[in-house]
Design a binder for this molecule. Structure first.
Ligand code: DHE
Length: 563
């Protein structure tokens, strides 16, 4: 792994050329000096722990700008905030160690004191620019492990595939495929580093898993024992993947977005053979050129042969028409900066995405190809995919939780159904803010067959809150919420590291909810399964191989975007 990351971040001749474009401002003070070995170590830690929020070039997004000479000025030109050199060693060590009220988490339980000191020195120096990743580079990484004609023509196992959960085992670079009916692990599959998400092919046969190191793995669920049948690297740092889901294009294409280099790649759906790389560099909605606009969430439309690709730093939402890949047509919609995660409304016509550091939700109308609304919300919305239900007072709504506020925001969404005509005047308004158990929420979830809305709070600094989930009755939101302490319910002994309760996910029939109990790498973690009607504990899935489970993706719900 170390070699890989070091290799990844090694400066090539090309990089040096690009680097000069962002080179250290001549004549300005340099940061504390580091030995070559210290620098390599710091680079690796930065890539693994910091780049996700602050960006490879450290220009900031969810996290603050970390360039040495950056400064923020007020309208009169007075400097109100300075870069890392201005903050200095001591202040940086405090921020990294203990976190901030602004949402920066504490690293004193992840990094040693020496590592915190090293990182504080490292970020006072100019960022290195990692290499580009060409189409040839991508092709060189492509591995077709089982060609299509050597794969089974029918399902070769007896598993109820609809109810399989693909579970991210974050720190081992694996996913566990768990049979949702028997709760047994069917297979543990080696994938990329710190896997981020799993998505399904339109047919439900293939699972696509993307690692933070850009490795995309294609798992065939029809094999006697589901396994990886193809692999490719889409970049050095990635978070998103989806497939072609429109009628006539089922399982034909896959698309994956990279954080570095800032680009997305299109591949054959059943083999991952690379077809095209498209850069996302360009103008922000504020009219500035941005060298690192990372690809955040991607979703596949059911009503058109189109992907919705959300570009974080520019705030541009791309509608990419995949019906003619050679003559790719893209509609670029301006929304707000720092696009992150999101999901469909109940009609699957509108995609709602969090512009998280702008404290907004952008709603795009995929039928007209236009921005439908930009909605102000509480601090740092983080919906995951969000949750759709019919509110007793406001009709169809979509909801998001917040990292930076202790509320769940309820937004009215349009509907063509005449019975909801009376709610039209509320559309795209925040109709309610439900008080949550605390800030630090990451995911909300419901199911069309359920009256419950589940919400976690894993990033809350309070142990009790971070280990709990709240369940709201959407038919009666005045009713007090139920709070379940997942860590206590698991029966596992308490550990020093907080076991965070994260990512509620429904079973295919909408009767169970699975919550990950995300512990330290050397602690026993678990998945805790609840009955959605009684909220009683049904099963605690523990296994020595269940290391750091986070996201869980039910095959049927992910395939059909049910949330
Ligand atoms: Fe995620 C979704 C980015 C940290 C678990 N995460 C996403 C998406 C993006 C993203 C862009 C949307 C993908 C899509 O729909 O196509 N996540 C990032 C980051 O940049 C960030 C903040 C920092 C980083 O370095 O990666 C980050 N994410 C995390 C975690 O620490 C989480 C909690 C645990 C983990 O496994 O890493 C985490 N992210 C998830 C999950 C989803 C996700 C489970 C999918 C939610 C769903 O229901 O679809």
């Amino acid at each position: 792994m170390r070699n890989l990351v070091v290799g990844v971040l090694a400066l090539s001749a090309m990089t040096a050329a690009i680097g000069s474009a962002f080179a250290q401002d001549a004549g300005k003070a340099a940061g504390p000096s580091l030995t070559a070995e210290e620098k390599e170590k710091a680079k690796k830690i930065y890539f693994e722990r910091c780049a996700g929020c602050h960006g490879v070039l450290r220009k900031g997004a969810t996290g603050k700008n970390l360039e040495p000479h950056w400064s923020k000025k007020d309208k009169d030109g007075n400097v109100t905030e300075g870069g890392t050199l201005k903050l200095g060693q001591q202040r940086l060590e405090k921020i990294i160690g203990y976190g901030t009220d602004g949402g920066m988490v504490n690293f004193d339980d992840i990094l040693t004191k020496d590592e915190i000191s090293l990182m504080s020195k490292y970020i006072q120096n100019q960022p290195d620019v990692p290499p580009e990743f060409s189409f040839k580079d991508m092709n060189d990484t492509w591995k077709l492990i089982v060609p299509v004609d050597q794969r089974p023509k029918k399902q070769m196992n007896n598993i109820n595939l609809k109810n399989v959960f693909s579970v991210t085992l974050r720190d081992t670079g694996e996913v566990a495929l768990i049979d949702g009916d028997s709760k047994q692990i069917v297979s543990i599959v080696k994938t990329g580093y710190a896997v981020h998400i799993s998505r399904l092919s339109a047919s439900g046969r293939y699972v696509y898993v993307v690692g933070r190191d850009g490795r995309l793995s294609l798992i065939d669920l029809w094999l006697e024992k589901p396994a990886v049948v193809a692999e490719v690297k889409v970049g050095y740092d990635a978070r998103s993947v989806d497939t072609s889901k429109f009628k006539g294009y089922e399982d034909k294409y896959a698309v994956a977005g990279s954080y570095w280099p800032p680009q997305y790649a299109v591949m054959e759906g059943e083999t991952l053979k690379p077809i095209k790389i498209v850069s996302t560099r360009g103008m922000t909605v504020d009219g500035e050129y941005h060298p690192e606009p990372r690809v955040a969430s991607i979703v596949s439309s059911m009503i058109k042969p189109e992907w919705v690709i959300n570009v974080k730093e520019t705030g541009q939402i791309l509608l990419v028409d995949y019906s003619d890949i050679k003559n790719l047509k893209t509609t670029t919609i301006e929304s707000a900066k720092f696009l992150h995660d999101g999901g469909w409304d109940a009609s699957q016509r509108y995609f709602l995405v969090a512009a998280n550091a702008s404290n907004k939700i952008a709603a795009v109308d995929t039928k007209t190809g236009k921005l439908a609304a930009l909605i102000d919300t509480a601090k740092i919305p983080h919906p995951g995919r969000g949750a759709n239900f019919v509110h007793p007072k406001f009709g169809p709504v979509w909801t998001t939780g917040h990292l930076g506020a202790d509320v769940i925001t309820v937004i009215s969404t349009p509907s063509d159904d005449k019975k909801f005509a009376q709610y039209k005047g509320n559309n795209w308004k925040v109709v309610q803010e439900i008080k949550h158990i605390g800030a630090g929420n990451l995911f909300v979830k419901t199911h069309p067959k359920s009256n419950n809305l589940w919400a976690d709070a894993p990033m809350n600094p309070d142990r009790d809150v971070a280990t709990s989930v709240a369940v709201y009755d959407v038919a009666n939101l005045d009713k007090p919420k139920a709070v379940l302490n997942v860590a206590k319910d698991s029966g596992l002994p308490e550990t020093k590291a907080v076991r965070r309760a994260v990512h509620p996910e429904y079973s295919a029939d909408g009767k169970e909810v699975w919550v990950s109990l995300w512990g330290g790498k050397t602690d026993q973690s678990a998945i805790v399964v609840y009955d959605d009607t009684t909220l009683k504990l049904k099963k605690v899935i523990t296994d020595p191989k269940m290391i750091t489970p986070t996201g869980k993706f039910n095959v049927y719900n992910t395939q059909h975007d049910i949330y």
